[in-house]
Ligand binder design. Structure first.
Ligand code: FES
Length: 174
């Protein structure tokens, strides 16, 4: 499965990114090979941040794996998403320190404010909510991250204020 790495190439900033044409080549190259589906789906998700329906049919058409089977795999594994993520990803830590210090309350406040459940995206596609394991700053528990920004020692009011600083205030009821 080493060849799957050929899907990746370095961009101008020296970061790994998926080369769409290489991805297409990989699809052809892996035709009929056992165990190809998961790496291809991982590569697609890396590229699009979710698995578009068109990708499922493209993989099905080239590999011969039925689309229904691919859908089954995509919905079975939590790592794969069938819809695009929100503009901002909120990650609520539910590691031990955060759990003891009220991560459940943090999660419930965010759910109430945004009107979504864990692993869901707001209708305006501004926020996606996720729970994660330890974020590595337990002394600040309870902790959440929004995109790359870390927020600690959270309370109900601070959570609402922080979320309100992202995006359209009209979309977030404070
Ligand atoms: S348990 Fe939440 S940051 Fe470590």
């Amino acid at each position: 499965m080493d060849s799957i790495k050929q899907i990746y190439s370095k961009n101008a900033d020296g970061e790994n990114e998926i080369n769409p044409s290489a991805f297409s080549m990989a699809l052809w190259k892996y035709k009929g090979e056992e165990g190809v589906l998961i790496p291809l789906l991982q590569a697609a998700q890396e590229q699009y941040s979710y698995i578009p329906e068109s990708v499922i049919h493209r993989i099905a058409g080239i590999t011969g794996i039925p689309a229904s089977e691919i859908y089954g795999v995509v919905t079975f594994y939590k790592q794969f998403k069938l819809s695009p993520p929100g503009k901002h990803i909120i990650r609520v830590c539910d590691g031990t320190a955060c759990h003891v210090n009220g991560s459940t309350t943090v999660l419930n406040v965010i759910k109430d404010v945004l009107g979504i459940e864990n692993d869901e995206t707001t209708k305006d596609r501004l926020f996606t909510l996720q729970t994660v394991a330890c974020l590595g700053c337990c002394s600040l528990a309870p902790v959440m991250m929004i995109d790359d920004e870390t927020y600690g020692r959270l309370s109900g009011s601070s959570i609402k204020n922080i979320i309100g600083t992202y995006g359209n205030q009209n979309e977030v009821t404070l």
